[in-house]
Design a protein around this ligand. Structure first.
Ligand code: ACM
Ligand code: ZN
Length: 544
């Protein structure tokens, strides 16, 4: 009889907890180890709970406030943040690991959930922040009077140190306020590098104080080609509508964005794409082009033949002035100098470029690009920075300290790793988010550049290619997806292209390959999608 009563009591208890909102640690990206999970025992978080941070540690205090805000957003539960100390009994405690227990991975963290509460410990504030994101994503999305956290010990660290996401703001502009939202999205996905493509043929979107006319003029294109370079009767069809007046970031806005990103442990890597993709700048300084112009901010898409003149000493002066200001605004160790899609046809026919080749004893025009890169490598290295270039920078020989971003497949990355240069893998076939994510052109997706990159193919990416020795594999620093915006006109469209493919990339970047499982990921993704809805992010619902 007593046994029956006990069983009944247990049943009632378990039915009651079934109805209570529970945390679920199966989030995206999935933590590396969820150990000692006991779903029958829970720590209960109730409104007015407390979050303790190490007294006097402003970084942990800020993290405690992030957590407070996240829990409030998703569950409506209020909390207080308090410095830890004698007599403080907190529900959630944030603390750095003692120096002896720290590992080399700054982002490694442990989440300990037991009857005493939730303990977040990490090597650094960065690790605390990543742990908070995991905790945040494990929360139910509903107004709660309590949340049950099953006992567990979660140990996590990222597979790759470099976990990037790129955004092109040159072809279409997204204002400073939206860039912060974009950074929020990156933080939710454990991204730590924002590659910000701020200049291109079709618009220059960065204030340069020493050249005050540059951004105001070079940000405006008089018209934009219709569709995918629509052509009729020997000429392009244009919308005849001005685009981009005032569409550039002031240095103050950029500094503010850098700070906003840094608080979320995201480094911003600015890209000044050179020596190609420079027509917007040439429209203001035609003397920097081989033909002398005139040029106009480019109204069509594609690769322009007009590039910076490599033989004109004023080109280098211009670039150094620009990069000086870039380095002043962006504390990033890494500065991207582009280097992609820079035709050499103008250089071939330019007396100045040919004279420069003769002076330097160069046999091929490709080496002129290397000459520029070497000069800028020295310039940036003297400032304590490191240059990143697209994989075309391999063609005339890499400069000494160059990092290579491999986009035309894996080959450039493999070659660079073999030459012992660090590599970021971003091959078009797995990482180009301007490609369609639904098969075929259809009413269910806006006009895009073409291609087909479904969610599953992003998920299936392996950044470390076969054929590299163990030593060479160490040069693969990580991976990133790129979002070019020729056909992406609005922030809603940015999110549609980004989500949920960024979620797939986050598991590529974070999770060990043997733990990846697309079917299981799709299940976990459902909760992520509900978060997108809660936050008002416009994701692609018909992902494949
Ligand atoms: C690139 O997609 N042109 C780097
Ligand atoms: Zn030239």
């Amino acid at each position: 009889m007593r046994k029956l009563a006990c069983s009944l009591f247990a049943l009632v208890l378990s039915l009651a907890t079934l109805a209570q909102p529970k945390a679920d640690y199966n989030v995206v990206p999935l933590p590396q180890h969820i150990g000692q999970l006991d779903t029958t025992r829970h720590f209960t978080l109730r409104p007015h709970f407390t979050i303790a941070y190490t007294a006097g540690n402003a970084e942990l205090e800020r993290n405690a406030e992030f957590l407070q805000q996240y829990v409030k957003e998703l569950t409506q539960m209020n909390s207080t943040t308090v410095p830890s100390g004698k007599g403080v009994k907190a529900d959630i405690t944030l603390q750095l690991r003692p120096a002896k227990q720290r590992t080399t991975q700054p982002e490694a963290y442990t989440l300990n959930i037991d009857k005493k509460g939730i303990l977040i410990s990490a090597n650094s504030g960065e690790g605390i922040f990543r742990a908070i994101q995991t905790l945040r994503k494990s929360l139910p999305i509903e107004d709660c009077q309590e949340v049950l956290f099953p006992y567990a010990v979660i140990d996590d660290e990222a597979r790759f140190a470099y976990r990037g996401q790129h955004l092109d703001v040159a072809r279409h502009f997204f204002d400073a306020e939206y860039i912060k939202t974009f950074i929020d999205i990156l933080a939710l996905h454990g991204i730590n590098q924002f590659h910000w493509h701020i200049t291109d043929d079709q618009g220059w979107r960065f204030e340069v104080k020493s050249m005050p006319e540059l951004a105001p003029k070079a940000s405006i294109r008089k018209k934009t080609v219709i569709g995918r370079n629509c052509y009729s009767k020997h000429s392009y069809l244009y919308d005849n509508t001005e685009y981009g007046r005032g569409c550039y970031y002031t240095q103050q806005q950029m500094r503010d964005i850098v700070r906003y990103a840094a608080e979320r442990y995201i480094n911003i890597i600015p890209e000044i794409d050179l020596p190609g993709h420079m027509v917007a700048a040439l429209s203001v300084y035609p003397e920097l082009g081989c033909t002398g112009g005139p040029y106009e901010v480019w109204p069509v898409w594609g690769v322009a033949d007009d590039v910076l003149c490599a033989g004109n000493p004023r080109t280098m002066e211009f670039l150094k002035k620009v990069l000086t200001e870039v380095c002043d605004i962006f504390p990033s160790r890494y500065i991207h100098i582009g280097g992609d899609e820079s035709p050499r046809v103008r250089w071939k026919h330019c007396p100045k470029c040919q004279a420069k080749m003769k002076e330097l004893g160069l046999g091929r025009e490709a080496e002129l690009q290397t000459y520029i890169n070497k000069e800028l490598d020295r310039f940036l290295t003297a400032k304590g920075r490191t240059l990143i270039g697209w994989d075309e920078t391999l063609e005339g020989g890499l400069s000494e300290n160059a990092v290579v971003m491999s986009w035309r497949g894996y080959a450039g990355g493999i070659e660079a790793a073999r030459q012992h240069h660090p590599v970021i893998m971003t091959p078009t076939g797995n990482c180009y988010l301007d490609y369609y994510q639904i098969k075929g052109e259809s009413a269910t997706q806006p006009l895009g550049i073409g291609g087909y990159l479904p969610l599953s193919k992003v998920y299936g990416m392996e950044p470390v290619p076969e054929g590299l020795s163990q030593e060479e594999q160490k040069y693969i620093w990580g991976a990133q997806c790129n979002l070019w915006t020729e056909y992406v006109l609005s922030s809603d469209h940015v999110e549609f292209m980004l989500l949920p493919r960024l979620a797939a990339m986050s598991e590529v970047q974070w999770l060990s390959p043997e733990k990846k499982d697309f079917k299981a990921f799709e299940k976990r993704l459902q909760h992520t999608l509900r978060m997108y809805e809660k936050f008002g992010y416009k994701y692609c619902t018909k992902y494949e």
